[in-house]
Ligand binder design. Structure first.
Ligand code: ACO
Length: 216
């Protein structure tokens, strides 16, 4: 467990599932550009189920206020391998014409373009799926602490690399500050459906999904 000042960062357990999802529904989904940029505003069950399915890997962390144990930040990560571009493309087809399907469609294009495991010739790596901090405590380095917890866990698991698709300019700036390497960019205006319409309409100032990696 990492600890400093009034906030501690620790691994998520199965008992935290409900509180973690309540935090994500309040502070991740409403602002995250893929969720905010597709309708309806609420995330679908398949999306929520997918994020929570990562907890048993021990690759999810929360930032908690000491005393109250209120969650003020969270990061959800999991394993991926070279089959991921194919798997996400298949899932995007399964969920086509739904909000989750539209989100998966851009993630499938990003996965195909970044192709991290093949690009770096790795059997597997750790992928960060979601990162959020309560607006009341942003700008205090909690995103950094949560990402550092993931990097430390990645080393502990014997994995060689952390990957993250930054759908937000704020998370992209954070990865740059942490020394992550930018390997792929897909602009939202270039991700189109069969009729040539833009699929994701993110709120300003978000313009692209940027994939960053940290080799460990
Ligand atoms: N809107 C406006 N300003 C912001 C935002 C935001 N979403 N995020 C950070 N800032 C500001 C901070 O207040 C800080 O300002 P300051 O320098 O004046 O103090 C500055 O940007 C730097 O902030 P960081 O310390 O880098 O931000 P922090 O780690 O606290 O939060 C995070 C970054 C977690 C990405 C946050 O923006 C967030 O929770 N966003 C909502 C969910 C989201 O979009 N997540 C990323 C999607 S990509 C992914 O999940 C893999």
């Amino acid at each position: 467990m990492e600890a400093s000042d009034d906030i501690e960062v620790r691994q998520v357990t199965a008992e935290d599932s409900e509180q973690l999802m309540a935090f994500l529904l309040e502070h991740y989904y409403p602002e995250e550009p893929l969720t905010a940029g597709t309708s309806p505003p609420e995330p679908e069950e398949a999306d929520k189920t997918f994020l929570l399915s990562n907890i048993p890997n021990g690759t999810c962390y929360v930032a908690l206020e000491r005393g109250s144990s209120r969650i003020v930040g969270a990061v959800v990560a999991g394993y991926k391998d070279a089959d991921m571009p194919k798997i996400i493309a298949e899932e995007a087809f399964t969920y086509r014409n739904t909000k989750w399907g539209n989100i998966l469609s851009i993630l499938a294009e990003v996965e195909a373009g970044s192709d991290v495991c093949r690009r770096f010739d790795l059997p597997s790596c750790i992928h960060v799926h979601a990162l959020a901090v309560n607006p009341q405590v942003r700008g205090r380095g909690l995103g950094v602490r949560l990402m550092n917890a993931i990097a430390a866990r990645t080393v502990e698991l014997g994995q060689p690399l952390v990957c993250v698709d930054c759908t937000s300019v704020y998370s992209a700036k954070l990865m740059e500050r942490l020394g992550y390497q930018l390997i792929h960019t897909l602009r939202y205006e270039h991700h189109l459906d069969a009729r040539g319409q833009q699929i994701i309409q993110p709120p300003k100032p978000h313009e692209s999904v940027q994939t960053f990696v940290l080799k460990l």
